[in-house]
Ligand binder design. Structure first.
Ligand code: 13P
Length: 251
């Protein structure tokens, strides 16, 4: 794992209400000292980012956003929220290029890279998501798809995180085998090394897609996995804390 501090991130997607922010306080209490050894992040819906950040300002839970505008400067963009606004609201990270945005909103690698660049400019750390569909996996195209998404979506400079989220593993119950996860994480690191050289060894690569309290510790033990991006199982403190406490660094 080298010098890479684990990052376990919860993506609430379009779930929750203001009252559910209490789960974050409960999470902080349950994980206790593990919160200093692992970066624990919750990305609530945009409407709640500021209050989540305010409620958790004493730490250890970090707050992030789920998407941001590719525009760095304030502009006439109805409905958009800039990375600078999220930073001002107390966010530290932002997820970009999630498959739900790529698929439902037609986001391209070029747009994802612009969003990641805007995030870095605002002082946020982008979590850049990549991953193949079931059809692409069945066609034997995992390496081609994932490496081209990485090359096309990561920013040219600044600190970022990559999340490998196979589209077919999101929101269901199946995950790739541990060997398959290891293989794709190694491929992503090689792809990053081709562009960034030795710096790639310091870059965190997360696994996401149906991570739950039962499978988390074996996934965390996979070579090259620096943490997880968790959807459903991040909504309740009881589940998410079990995932976090299952990381070897929590011991
Ligand atoms: P699930 O953990 O619900 O499968 O979602 C994964 C995900 O898309 C996180 O960004």
């Amino acid at each position: 794992m080298g010098s890479r501090k684990p990052l376990i991130a919860g993506n609430w997607k379009m779930h929750g209400r203001a009252a559910d922010l209490a789960e974050i306080g409960a999470l902080a209490e349950t994980i206790g000292a593990a919160g200093s050894k692992i970066d624990v992040l919750i990305c609530p819906p945009a409407a709640f980012v500021q209050s989540a950040a305010w409620q958790n300002r004493a730490g250890p839970i970090l707050i992030g956003a789920q998407d941001c505008s590719p525009n760095a400067a304030d502009a006439a963009r109805t409905g958009e929220i800039s990375a600078a606004m999220f930073a001002d609201a107390g966010a530290r990270y932002v997820i970009v290029g999630h498959s739900e945005r790529r698929q439902i909103h037609g986001e391209t690698d070029v747009l994802v890279r612009q969003k990641a660049g805007a995030a870095i400019e605002a002082g946020l750390t982008p979590i850049v998501c990549v991953g193949e569909t079931q059809a692409e996996r069945s066609a034997g195209r995992v390496a081609e798809i994932v490496s081209s998404q990485v090359r096309g979506s990561v920013p040219g400079q600044g600190a970022f995180v990559v999340a490998y989220e196979p589209v077919w593993a999101i929101g269901g119950s199946s995950t790739p085998t541990l060997a398959e996860i290891a293989e794709v994480h190694a491929l992503i690191r090689e792809t990053l090394a081709a562009q960034f050289g030795g710096q790639a060894n310091d870059m965190r690569i997360l696994y996401g897609g149906s991570v739950n309290p039962k499978n988390a510790s074996e996934i965390f033990a996979v070579d090259g996995v620096d943490g997880a991006l968790v959807g459903r199982a991040s909504l309740k403190a009881a589940d998410f804390s079990a995932i976090i406490l299952g990381h070897p660094a929590a011991a």
